[in-house]
Design a protein around this ligand. Structure first.
Ligand SMILES: Cc1ncc(COP(=O)(O)O)c(C=O)c1O
Length: 423
């Protein structure tokens, strides 16, 4: 092997010799516009969302236009958006809800918050829910499926919708990590019954914390709105409040006008953010030579990917670890997704409280709820396909502070490592 190709981990010269820029998505381009918008709200001293021409109301209207949906509701987190969406579609005690084994733990927690039981299903090489395993996990108690579009990549949503519809199940799409993503020309979250965005620090656009649920179904919207504010019928004038659903009391997930003001400005930047991230991922993919030792993660609709990550899958977990270490030495900050001993809240095997069916109440709800007639069991090994795929995956992340040249350098690092280790 020529000296120039000697791996950095073996003493060769690294492909990337100065640190890649760190950063995230929306928060990395916060500027005077966000500061002005938030300052304006603070100066007005009007921080409550129910006011004339309010920021939250306008954010909801603008987000509905962006998504092409009839109804949107801003809430204070992505978890709240999921809870309200699940309440909207009617999940509750006695129900099972199928979620993937690779998602942030909040997806499972949201199911539990509605009183339902999460059922954990396998992912496939898209790193999203495996439609075949969803079908296998359906029981007479299954009420809904929550596909999660992880790390900006749309899941196999057509197949998942087909399975769910065949069995009369509701679908809530967790789009928290894929805000603005599309699938065959339509925004993710519009294929099922409702979608949920997170606006936390790590998401495409951000208000620090925040969330949005969206749907085309008025009843789901009404029920979700009631689930987000027990006083809602009192805030809205009675002549406006023509509720089709009798109001019920739930919790308070209202956002403040400060959050909404920032979210509005960030939404105005979403196309710029998506275009930049997509250009980074394209530059990375275009610079890749044909993989000798890996396959790229399956992306059902590459055009809809938000461009924040790219994953490659090798044939063996030790090889993945070898790639990750060699890539780090080359200056590319990557990680093998699943390593024994490294707790990652995005992998079900680390959701200790859920695997142990730990409840905040001695009744042991939702698992011991008298209306639950199922018998879901959990174990760290219950989704071997998920652990195998994640154990063999190496992930590259792109952020708003990177240029296409940085992405190309990451690809060159992978080309070099693959040439050496991929035989
Ligand atoms: C897939 C997924 N679902 C749900 C959530 C919850 O969002 P939030 O942190 O805004 O409550 C997150 C947040 O990281 C997420 O990544």
């Amino acid at each position: 092997m020529p000296t120039s190709e000697k791996l950095a981990i073996d003493g060769g010269h690294p492909v990337i010799d100065s640190a890649l820029p760190s950063g995230v998505s929306g928060p990395s381009i916060v500027g005077e516009e966000e500061i002005d918008a938030v300052s304006k709200v603070l100066r007005s001293q009007q921080l409550f969302r129910y006011r004339e021409d309010g920021e939250a109301e306008n954010f909801e209207r603008e987000a509905a236009e962006f998504l092409g949906v009839n109804y949107t509701l801003m809430v204070n987190s992505g978890t709240s958006a999921l809870i309200c969406a699940l309440t909207g579609v009617g999940t509750g005690p006695g129900d099972e809800v199928i979620i993937p084994g690779y998602t942030y733990i909040a997806t499972a927690a949201a199911v539990i918050a509605t009183g339902a039981v999460p059922v954990i299903a396998e992912i496939d090489d898209s790193l999203g829910l495996d439609p075949a395993d969803v079908e296998r996990k359906i029981t007479p108690h299954t009420k809904a499926v929550v596909p999660v579009h992880m790390r900006g990549v749309p899941a196999r949503i057509d197949d998942l919708v087909a399975v769910a519809r065949r069995h009369g199940l509701k679908i809530v799409e967790d789009c928290c990590q894929c805000v603005g993503g599309e699938y065959k020309g339509r925004r993710v979250g519009t294929f099922g019954d409702a979608g949920a965005w997170s606006l936390n620090y790590y998401k495409t656009i951000s208000s620090g914390e925040g969330g949005l649920l969206y749907t085309n179904d008025r009843d789901i919207y009404e029920r979700a709105s009631l689930a987000a504010d027990p006083g809602l019928p009192m805030w809205t004038k009675s002549d406006e409040a023509e509720w089709r659903n009798a109001p019920f009391p739930r919790q308070t997930y209202r956002p403040s006008e400060v959050l909404a003001a920032m979210a509005r400005v960030q939404l105005g930047k979403i196309e710029e953010i998506l275009a930049h991230q997509r250009a980074l991922k394209r530059a990375f993919l275009d610079a890749l030579e044909e993989g000798k030792g890996y396959k790229l993660q399956h992306v059902d609709d590459p055009a809809g990917d938000t461009g924040v990550s790219a994953a490659v899958i090798v044939h063996d977990p030790d090889v993945a670890r070898g790639y990750a270490l060699a890539l780090k030495a080359e200056g590319a900050d990557v990680a093998s997704i699943y390593n024994d001993g490294f707790p990652d809240r995005h992998i079900y095997s680390y959701w200790d409280g859920i695997l142990a069916k730990r409840s905040p109440h001695p009744s042991g709800y939702p698992w011991n709820d008298p209306s639950y007639k199922g018998n879901v069991e959990y174990s760290k090994e219950m989704c071997p396909q998920t652990l195998s795929i994640l154990g063999r995956s190496v992930r590259f992340d792109f952020n708003m502070n990177m240029t296409e040249e940085h992405a190309r350098l990451m690809a060159q690092a992978l080309n070099k490592v693959d040439a050496a280790l991929g035989g």
